[in-house]
Design a protein around this ligand. Sequence first.
Ligand code: GDP
Ligand code: MG
Length: 292
Amino acid sequence: MFRCGTVALVGRPNVGKSTLLNRLVGQKLSITSDRAQTTRHRIVGIVHRPDAQLLFLDSPGYQTRVGGPMNRVLNRTAMQVASDADVVVLVCDARNWTATDARIAQALPVDRPVLLAMNKVDLLKDKERLLPTIDRARQARAFDEIVPLSARSGRQVDVLLDACAKRLPEAPPLYDADALTDRSERFLAAETIREKLFRQLGDELPYESTVEIERFEELPDLRRIHAAIVVDRAAQRPIVIGARGERIKRIATDARLDLERLLGTKVFLELFVKVKSGWAGSEQSLRSYGYE
Ligand code: GDP
Ligand code: MG
């Protein structure tokens, strides 16, 4: 008996979804161009096992601030990903179950397995504190399984993988054993920069910002990438750049290190800020930036 199906990792920003995905899928994501026919969403990672193939779907994460088309589109996309997946994994921080976690838990589909991954247990000083947190999570939703784990150390990650695998539908594998993801390198680059931008700016981030890859050169063992962070108003430019350019430098460095690991090559990344007024006003233009 073989199982194959899709898994969505959802949850607040910073709970460790990307780290967990990397840990689940392995270090290097190699790129293939074919897409699964069964889903509207992109597969960002594939886990091959003797008994199952797990296809991890991309998810932009839930934004917690309300208002604005960007926020609506992000939330809707996250919801769609969850409702397209065979299994949903809500990732939270094991140190703290928040009201936002509860809201997401309650909004997730009721007609398929939803597992809770309580991440970052390595940061828990007192393991006893896990139990009351689990209790509070259970009040929000009857999770099919709750797995405390550490994406960073890898502890218990195999338990989560087993829990996902056994809930997938019976089906033959969809991908060859050497396929790891269907993302283009270009898209991965934009996504990675966008993630670092969100991380560095936090609440200061203008929602009207996005990332455009202006040039992507593929050389042997090197990717040369020119990318723009697009903001809506000139006044937002210094926010992204930061004092003495420290912020944008940090974003570029963090993104470069991630990309070098993801792509398995050296990366040269040049990042700058571009002002493009009014683009974020319509959902149509958001779609053209990949927020579908
Ligand atoms: P995402 O926004 O949900 O994708 O979160 P990330 O995967 O980008 O992780 C957010 C931060 O938490 C990063 O600094 C990670 O290194 C860190 N992190 C993720 N998982 C763990 C974990 O299991 N333990 C610890 N200590 N840190 C973690
Ligand atoms: Mg992430």
